[in-house]
Design a protein around this ligand. Sequence first.
Ligand code: ADP
Ligand code: MG
Length: 303
Amino acid sequence: MKIAILSNGPGNYSTKRLKQVALERGHEVDIIKYRDCYASIEKSQPMVWYDGQPLVGYDAIIPRIASSMTKYGSMIVRQFEMQGVYTITSSLAIVRSRDKLRSMQLLARAGVGIPKTVVSRGGVDSDDLIGHLGGAPIIIKLARGTHGNGVVLAESRKAAKSVLQAFHVMDSDGTNILLQEFVKESAGMDIRVFIVGGKVIASMKRQSLDDDFRSNLHQGGEGEKIKLTDEERKTALKAAKSMGLSLCGVDLMRSDRGPLVLEVNSSPGFGIEKVTGRDVATAIIDYIEINAKRSQKKDKIGA
Ligand SMILES: Nc1ncnc2c1ncn2[C@@H]1O[C@H](COP(=O)(O)OP(=O)(O)O)[C@@H](O)[C@H]1O
Ligand SMILES: [Mg+2]
């Protein structure tokens, strides 16, 4: 097969691992910096270009879209979809997963446990909103934040009110701020479940090293291999399915009322390989080998 990895970081561990495994399997692999690609949109001729050359002949793409480039990256993925190229992650699923509000709505509908969440444009009595969450402390987070950078713990009702006011000033369309119940039983700890094709490939616990309530590795957290309970495994798989992601990292917290999903990452990092010793790159290439062929077959029948 000819496989394209859409990645702006050819030196990234995940990109290198995918390339290595694909080459070992005898595939042809190109790493494409999608930020330098462009699309030409014309009747019956969807095309992606790089450096003056049309990108043609690919059997499959593996999008590794950075969250800072969601819109542009997903547009390029969509353009490959327009050509009928198989992608392990659809452009729609990427966009969905990058919006925590949209994700929470989809997860909740599918019956996946999530922290109690409230959204408002502002202008509503904040006591009312905070009341829905059982009072302070509460979490206030940006719908499009990453690496723990857009998440605030407001310890008191007073603090929550002023943080909310400040956030709402910056939230022109009213959909970028989530208020969440603070899951205190799990403060500073969460679980990353790496899923490929409806199977859990690896899972790790992330713990903040200081007294930060955020466990993101980018905030100095540390990972450790963990065994999931049955309920956690089922919850993570259901979350992946409801987001339409065959490759993803589901983040969940252990709470007194069972696992609660925080987010589903459509470009999960491969650092989990080092923590758990599991080979996620091979699981991904395996999955693509089976499913890209299947989709080609399907296309031929449908033609
Ligand atoms: N409702 C919550 N209760 C307790 N801790 C939380 C809650 N939401 C987030 N956190 C902590 O903050 C971290 C970052 O939150 P998350 O929603 O995953 O945003 P990001 O996309 O920035 O990683 C989580 O890994 C978790 O440790
Ligand atoms: Mg997170």
